[in-house]
Design a protein around this ligand. Structure first.
Ligand code: EPU
Length: 445
């Protein structure tokens, strides 16, 4: 049709091109924790008043979480890039649709707050993802224990509080679940009576969420321990809160310093949140000095890297979210190490890509045996999930030659301006954006 431009959809297929072999040097600032900002943003649904969150990382998952809040009817202002002022006064929809949940499982964190405040919630049941089946049965069972009815309708979880309000109860999780603990903590905060969560997750993100909820008027004790006590209150109000630093970003840069034989000062972090990683890296020969409560100085020790086994466990033990990065490091350590993954059943997808680069890794069940030290060579490789992508970038930074990493949209979900950060430390890494323009001139037909 003359004068009317065809509709053009643009799909971005970004890749990273990394030329390895440069030791990283300099200072780096750690951003806010993705896995704390996600539940804290969900918690804003618990009150009609304004909640202001600072240090929200500018990553894809947080943009998705913001969109979810806006779709539900909340107003989200960002006076600064990392400050979100959320007012959930006019929420009229109580639903997280499949389109959002399929891109980000953390959308299930809307379930607890919506159910608690409005007595109803509908959230698409997330399917499995690259790292495992990841059911939410424990969240749902706990909601039932708080008096909700829960049913599955056409792929959606539909939860209702029959009397409009949840009722406190004793909940013992069969298995430690991070977002499950968060969902129940948010739901019980507005319930009637007392809830005790046993076998609760103890991650720093749980403590951070509890701190925000208490600022909003909740009565929560014990967050950060296996037993959390919540006295339900009638209503919650506005609050202002700063998200804690991202401990996994911190750990990733610690490995970056060691694997490239560089030297980094890591600022604005919280070493006490990542003790298990610091201890394991020290055992493996990484020199880590705590300059103060928020700064680490990290470099590879003069004796080189030594192979050390690791097993992932819930906090305070070694986090599954650092397993892939640690495996990349072990390819550069002298000797044989076992990397045992106990949290997710399918979190070794990075191993086959590391093998393409020259690593010697054998997988049997939940155990990867890494034999080092092997020379890594640049190759075209594919990222399969967020932390796998981080591990591949780390491997590429120490590999000889060029590595082209495909599907880096995974890394954008959780690492803020990762290319800019690595470049500021001397890495030779660039983002290549290939846009495929598809002329979809449907309207003209
Ligand atoms: N599980 C169940 N049933 C449930 C819930 C969990 O069987 O109802 C199982 C899971 O399948 C898994 C284990 O329990 O085997 C632990 O899962 P958890 O619920 O703790 O994981 P999550 O809450 O879905 C959060 C983080 C993950 C992190 C895990 C473990 C957020 C938004 N996500 O997920 O982060 O790996 O805890 O620490 O907090 C990442 O950032 O890359 C990431 C995947």
């Amino acid at each position: 049709m003359p004068g009317i431009l065809p509709t053009v959809f643009t799909a971005f297929m970004d890749k990273f091109l990394v030329r390895g072999g440069k030791p990283l040097k300099g200072k780096i600032e750690i951003g806010g924790a993705k896995n704390s900002a996600l539940p804290c943003l969900a918690a804003t649904l618990l009150t009609p008043e304004t909640v202001t969150l600072h240090n929200v990382p500018y990553v894809k998952d947080l943009i998705t979480q913001r969109r979810l809040l806006e779709d539900l009817g909340a107003t989200v202002l960002t006076p600064e890039l990392r400050t979100h002022k959320v007012t959930a006064r006019n929420v009229q929809i109580y639903e997280a649709p499949y389109e959002l949940v399929k891109t980000m499982r953390a959308s299930v964190l809307a379930l607890g707050p919506l159910l608690a405040r409005f007595g109803q919630a509908k959230v698409s049941l997330p399917g499995g993802c690259a790292i495992g089946t990841r059911p939410i049965d424990l969240h749902l069972k706990a909601f039932e224990q708080l008096g909700a009815t829960v049913s599955l309708e056409s792929g959606d979880v539909v939860a209702r509080a029959p009397k409009g309000r949840l009722v406190g109860n004793n909940i013992e999780f069969e298995k430690v679940t991070v977002t499950g603990t968060e969902n129940v903590m948010m739901a019980a905060a507005l319930g009637s009576g007392k809830t005790v969560i046993k076998n609760a997750a103890q991650e720093p993100e749980i403590e951070d969420l509890a701190e925000l909820l208490n600022k909003m008027g909740a009565r929560i004790k014990g967050a950060g321990t296996p037993v959390i006590e919540i006295e339900g209150v009638e209503a919650l109000g506005g609050a202002e809160h700063t998200i804690i630093p991202d401990r996994i970003e911190t750990g990733t840069f610690m490995v970056a310093a060691a694997i490239t034989h560089g030297e980094l000062e890591i600022k604005s972090c919280r070493p006490e949140h990542i003790k298990a990683v610091i201890n394991k890296l020290r055992e493996a020969g990484v020199e880590i000095e705590e300059l103060n409560q928020s700064t680490l100085h990290v470099r590879c020790g003069s004796g080189g890297l030594k192979a050390k086994d690791v097993t992932t466990e819930p906090h305070p033990d070694f986090p599954t979210d650092m397993q892939a990065q640690y495996m990349a490091l072990m390819t550069q350590a002298e000797g044989e190490s076992k990397v045992i993954e106990t949290i997710f059943e399918n979190r070794f997808m990075h191993a086959s890509e590391l093998i393409r680069m020259g690593a010697d890794i054998n997988i049997s069940g939940n155990t990867a045996v890494v034999r080092g030290k092997t020379k890594l060579m640049g190759a075209p490789i594919i990222a399969s999930d967020l932390r796998a992508s981080a591990s591949l970038v780390l491997a590429a930074l120490c590999a000889e030659g060029e590595t082209l990493i495909d599907r880096v949209y995974h890394i954008d979900r959780g690492y803020e301006t990762i290319v800019r950060k690595f470049r500021s430390l001397g890495a030779d890494i660039q983002r290549i954006t290939e846009s495929i323009a598809i002329a979809a001139d449907e309207s003209a037909k």
